[in-house]
Design a protein around this ligand. Sequence first.
Ligand code: SF4
Ligand SMILES: [Zn+2]
Length: 282
Amino acid sequence: MIPYALSKNSMPVGIQDVPRGLACNCICPACSAPLIARKGKRKSHHFAHYRQPECTNALESSLHLMAKAVLKRSTKIVLPPIYLHGRERAVEYARLYQYGSVRAEAYLQGMVPDLILETPDNKVLVEIAVSHSSRSDKIWKLQQARLAAIEIDVLDLHLELAGMGKGGDLCAFSEAIIQGIRHKKWLFNPKQHALEYQCRERSDRKKVKHKQFDGRHHHIVESCPEGKRFRRSGPREGCSYANVFSDCLHCSYCFEIEYAKKHVGYRQIATQPAYVYCLGHK
Ligand code: SF4
Ligand SMILES: [Zn+2]
């Protein structure tokens, strides 16, 4: 089912904006084939290819196009809250960002984001995700360029709306794109990056030791400021330590657990904990 189509003058349109059948005068945003507007009583209203099977990318292309059109027409968007690594409380709540101009598919510092929303002294990049989310090399480039960027998962957003019976409802779609935060996430935010850097600098970077006792493998860090566990014997008797997974993972003083990584093919995968960034001594 195609929720949005392109009109003959290449403008994205919703099903409620056009007359029924071939009179809608629309084409498929993916393959440019003529579409008909199906506005029956049994199924939710949608576009379909005229006398041919649906092409593979019609849904994704229509969502991508419409999301871009919505943000080009708007001058504001609610940006998602900022959370520090592993924290549940936001350091900055969702906020309204008002922009003066929009550039689409423009080259910027080695990247071509879907949209750049600009004010005279700020810019926020927007990636519209429809099938796969942004790859790590893109995030790395954003980090190097210190550019704020969000990703909007429009496929998830559309599926949620479809579940509420608003699959092709352009008003609901626009409102979710502009006002909603459920399907937005920061790919990179310079403020979050700076705060996380400060926290890492302030924390005690404890090396994880890998020990075998009681017939089990244990990941432990020495000198736990919270005194989670104490040695009962041996040369370090009475000294405190913590178990990474039983104690640090749930501890409010644990800022981050850094994992050792290894390459599998061209991907990096985390293997076992290497360091705990502990803020317990502060
Ligand atoms: S993170 Fe918590 S449990 Fe782990 S060493 Fe620090 S204070 Fe102890
Ligand atoms: Zn098509």
